[in-house]
Design a binder for this molecule. Structure first.
Ligand SMILES: [Zn+2]
Length: 351
């Protein structure tokens, strides 16, 4: 944990364009998968999908509050969250939204519908949570969108329903796209050139939709994303950590923002990782430098021209309050984290 002296003080607060509040407790001693995961799918199966199944209302609230409090101290004024808690779906977005509104962090929220644990029934519950939240939420600092986990964990009927929900509420999609080659291979097995073409065919990606990763997109596909007004979000620390590859085609669009994908919301550290890894891949540093500020444009696009969303003085007040409650939040997060690791162990990966 950073000491308060290292807390961001004077730089413009940033927007984290793709993250997961549900993983907020992970830095507090989450058990690693045993035996060690060998590839991206095993990382999901042995770590993150076990964590998300163990979440209940208490642990989710603690994760969100701990993550957001640190995010304020690390210089984050807003974030785009992608949420999943398969055993606590209905009402989960309320928990996240209340924490964001109370702490003064602007947020775009969705539930990432998936069929990976409970088939169509699970996906329908996920989309129903998006629908309920889109209809009910009136918090000034929070907006809802529609979410899918990723092309490779949903069938065609779920894609049709998600597209219909976007149309009904005139909103956008937030989805993981081509993060690992497995997503591309899955789409090809289903008869598509890739997951982008599959999602586009079912009208799941209205202009303004948010595509996390795009590691395995081609230059032509990235250009197509830009032409359609779709956002791509690069997550360099996560991509490196999961060894999924480097998104070498993202330079072909100006609509590319920066996210942490569940890593702490330290956008300066994320940008430093981007510059380091990008240089190793021969990228133009001037293009890379546009990605962190692009997150602010993405957020404004979702909120319209509401000046409140990027209000610097709100973030300064939030940061002061975050410092004041930091110890109490850490204590609460620590005890909920221990309970959560025990729930993960008890479940032992079973569905
Ligand atoms: Zn993600």
């Amino acid at each position: 944990m950073d000491t308060p002296s290292s807390v961001v003080k004077n730089t413009a607060p940033a927007v984290n364009a793709h993250t997961h509040l549900y993983s907020g407790l992970a830095p507090l001693g989450m058990p690693a998968g045993e035996p060690a995961p060998r590839d991206f799918l095993e990382i999901l199966q042995k770590v993150w999908w076990r964590l998300d199944r163990a979440l209940d209302e208490r642990s989710l609230r603690a994760a969100a509050r701990y993550y957001l409090n640190e995010a304020l101290l690390q210089g984050t004024i807003g974030l785009v969250d992608h949420h999943e808690s398969p055993r606590f779906i209905e009402g989960s977005l309320e928990v996240l939204a209340d924490a964001c509104q109370e702490m003064g962090v602007a947020a775009v929220l969705c539930y990432g519908a998936s069929e990976r644990n409970g088939g169509r029934e699970e996906a329908e519950a996920g989309l129903a949570e998006c629908r309920r939240f889109l209809a009910d939420n009136d918090r000034p600092l929070v907006r809802g969108v529609v979410g899918l986990h990723a092309s490779f964990t949903v069938g065609d009927d779920t894609l049709r329903e998600a597209a219909e929900l976007c149309r009904e509420f005139d909103t956008v999609m937030h989805v993981h796209l081509a993060e690992d080659r497995a997503d591309v291979e899955d789409a090809r097995r289903r008869g598509w050139p890739g997951p982008l073409e599959r999602l586009l065919h079912f009208d799941c990606l209205p202009p303004g939709s948010i595509l996390a990763h795009g590691v395995h997109l081609t230059v032509d596909e990235v250009k197509e994303c830009e032409r359609r007004g779709l956002w791509l979000v690069q997550n360099p620390r996560s991509n490196e950590n999961n060894a999924v590859g480097y998104p070498s085609a993202l330079h072909a669009s100006v609509k590319v923002a920066l996210g942490t994908d569940g890593f702490p919301s330290d956008m300066a550290a994320e940008e430093a990782a981007l510059m380091r890894i990008g240089r190793e891949h021969g990228e133009d540093p001037r293009i890379l430098r546009q990605r962190k500020p692009a997150g602010r444009r993405l957020l404004v696009e979702r909120f319209g021209e509401d000046p409140h969303v990027l209000d610097h003085s709100r973030w300064e007040r939030g940061r002061e309050q975050a410092l004041g409650r930091r110890e109490a939040i850490l204590e609460m997060a620590g005890s909920e984290a221990r309970r959560l690791w025990a729930r993960m162990d008890a479940e032992d990966g079973a569905v």
